[in-house]
Write a protein that binds this ligand. Structure first.
Ligand SMILES: NC(=O)c1ccc[n+]([C@@H]2O[C@H](COP(=O)([O-])OP(=O)(O)OC[C@H]3O[C@@H](n4cnc5c(N)ncnc54)[C@H](OP(=O)(O)O)[C@@H]3O)[C@@H](O)[C@H]2O)c1
Length: 345
């Protein structure tokens, strides 16, 4: 399959080269899919140079694996426009998949992309679309995504660099369910608030499919926001699947005030779980529903070939895998049983 192969009503894409920034979890899946489906003549992974320490051994292994699969590897050491300009030479499309903490580095990435003549930039999103909580009087880590989008819209567009912002909600085949209060292995749950707010879900595997579909159709997909949700549900429904009930002794409720207090404690201890507590408060506020506002519509109809997995199926698969010890190649057991600080509960 090539970019131009299927869907004859769609004009063939003029873009043949792509760079993915980072070799992290999302990036690795994107790069492998681009290589597997042969959608590009060149797939480049742009990654910070790994050190020779044991801490970077998994990353070195990952890079070697991607290289063996056919990815071109470009290492960089500084988050500067000059470094990214060098990294993006000859590249048509840049997909950034850096971690939330690295989102501000995308300003230099955008400058570097413009200088290198890149045509299309997709910032690291692939998650929720509302970042500012009225429950939390602080600028959270996700807020920087707005700054990047503004920069991209204002500066890059006027210089001929197109953009696409992709929202997909939460990916429960990737996130540890415990990070949102679902302790699957014990059939227990800890809800923040009432758990009635709607939440958008799309698995990582459907996000990969979606991204490929988007990249095939630049004319239609550029300079817009795409909202795609595999399903929309609420935390109470998920709790019911995991515990068999949405109340009772297996379900603990944390009030918003208790959750805020917990967030402060975790943040003070610099515990990484603070981020998940922050996310759980956002979820309870309804901010994880990507089509929350009246002017926000899901774009699923633009992708009729993608039949996304429902969150209930994802959770049922996870429970089944845990019960049978089978992993079905999803890595979900590893994710669901990976220890998460009890402080997060
Ligand atoms: N929908 C969901 O539920 C969901 C869940 C998780 C993530 N996501 C989205 O997916 C994207 C990637 O997340 P992820 O979980 O894959 O991230 P990740 O694995 O935590 O990290 C991705 C990569 O970011 C790079 N990075 C980290 N710190 C950096 C820094 N200071 N400067 C430059 N690069 C840095 C590293 O790449 P190198 O070391 O290779 O340079 C790292 O491997 C994010 O946009 C996030 O919103 C969505």
């Amino acid at each position: 399959m090539s970019l131009a192969d299927d869907n004859s009503s769609v004009a063939p894409s003029p873009y043949t080269t792509v760079a993915v920034v980072s070799t992290g979890a999302y990036a690795e899946h994107f790069i492998k899919a681009f290589l597997q489906y042969g959608v590009f003549t060149e797939v480049r992974a742009v990654t910070r140079s790994p050190s020779n320490t044991a801490a970077d051994s998994a990353k070195r292994k990952r890079i070697s694996e991607l290289q063996a699969l056919g990815a071109d590897i470009h290492e960089y050491t500084e988050n500067t426009a000059e470094a990214f300009q060098r990294a993006f030479q000859g590249i048509d499309i840049v997909v950034s998949a850096v971690s939330v903490s690295a989102v501000p580095t995308q300003m230099a990435m955008i400058d570097g992309a413009m200088a290198a003549g890149v045509k299309w930039f997709l910032p690291s999103e692939f998650g929720v679309s509302h970042y500012t909580s009225r429950y939390l009087p602080l600028k959270g880590p996700l807020d920087h995504m707005v700054d990047v989008q503004r920069y991209l819209r204002e500066k890059a567009q006027s210089s001929g660099l197109a953009y696409t912002i992709v929202y997909t909600g939460l990916a429960m085949d990737y996130l540890n369910p415990q990070s949102i209060g679902l302790i699957v292995s014990k059939r227990e749950a800890v809800l923040v608030g009432r758990g009635g707010a709607k939440v958008s879900f799309t698995t990582l595997k459907d996000t990969v499919r979606l991204l490929i579909e988007i990249l095939k159709r630049p004319e239609e997909m550029q300079n817009r926001t795409i909202r795609f949700a595999g399903s929309t549900s609420n935390m109470r429904e998920l709790v019911k699947i995991v515990t068999g009930n949405d109340r009772g002794e297996n379900v603990r409720i944390l009030s918003i005030d208790e959750a805020k207090k917990k967030l402060c404690e975790l943040a003070q201890r610099k515990d990484a779980m603070a981020f998940f507590m922050y996310c759980r408060i956002l979820i309870e506020e309804g901010l994880a529903q990507i089509d929350r506002n009246p002017d926000e519509r899901l774009d699923n109809h633009l992708f009729p070939d993608i039949r996304p997995e429902h969150i209930f199926e994802t959770l049922a698969q996870l429970i089944h895998d845990l019960e049978t010890g089978a992993d079905a190649g999803t890595g979900m057991i590893a994710s669901a049983t990976k220890p998460v600080s009890p402080a997060a509960e």
